[in-house]
Design a protein around this ligand. Sequence first.
Ligand SMILES: C[S@@+](CC[C@H](N)C(=O)[O-])C[C@H]1O[C@@H](n2cnc3c(N)ncnc32)[C@H](O)[C@@H]1O
Length: 274
Amino acid sequence: MSDTIDAETGEHDWREAGDAWGHQAADWACLFEQYADEVITAIHQRVGIDDAVRALDIGCGSGLAIRRAAASGASMAGIDAAEALIEIARDRNPGADIRVGSMFELPWADESFDAITSINSIWGGCADALGEAHRVLRPGGRIGLSFWGDGTPNDLRGCFKAFARNAPVTHLNGMRRLNDIATPGVAEDMLVDAGFGVLERGARVSTLEWPDAEIAWRALASIGPAVPAIRQAGREHMKGEVLRAIRDCEGRDGAYRFRNDHQFVIAEKPSATS
Ligand SMILES: C[S@@+](CC[C@H](N)C(=O)[O-])C[C@H]1O[C@@H](n2cnc3c(N)ncnc32)[C@H](O)[C@@H]1O
């Protein structure tokens, strides 16, 4: 998520966003990233990931979507603002073209890719990133985006709210704009404005599981929006708030299980003849 868009100026500091998302890179990669399993499967089927395509994952983080696509035989590229996450993505995907950089200035030529994915990385206010995606996708190619929905189940909402409550007000205003994308029609309008034709909107339930409270905290503290809250309120304070917010998700075995509404939209770049 590009979580450093200034609510008033619309300016975005991608390096700052990358620093936040990479601040506990191993915890993100080992404990959180699998939240996306269900939408990655749905999106890959719909954008046609197979051994005949060259595809790009925008905001690839530590590279789960790249791993899955590469396992289907696709030739993969990825880009993310977080250097620490990119290091992990490269280790995991030695054959892929994975770069540190901004989704607002993609370092690839026009029409380089047959398919593009972006898993929870393009949000409200990121319209220019879709313009870049349109440029590097070939005519007739498909794009699939995912983002958290605002429906049910929503087990992580209490935790996200705890981080938001404790973040500086300026940061909070920027977050509200990003989360606009959960409103039905917003992602579709952004895609149409960038020149795509929308094909489908769908949803999956994302599942996350951690074996105990300490690991749950480490996983949740690894997300980008944890950084401003921890900086402002302190790590111990945030740990207490977050563990209180998630206590209903603790099972009788002491493990924490979370289910969340995860939305996706699939769109196509019109072919030259259409
Ligand atoms: C919610 S994480 C998702 C990461 C990955 N897609 C996944 O699902 O595991 C959002 C990602 O967007 C990246 N990001 C934020 N702003 C960016 C920008 N302007 N350009 C490239 N990546 C950006 C962050 O570094 C972070 O890795």
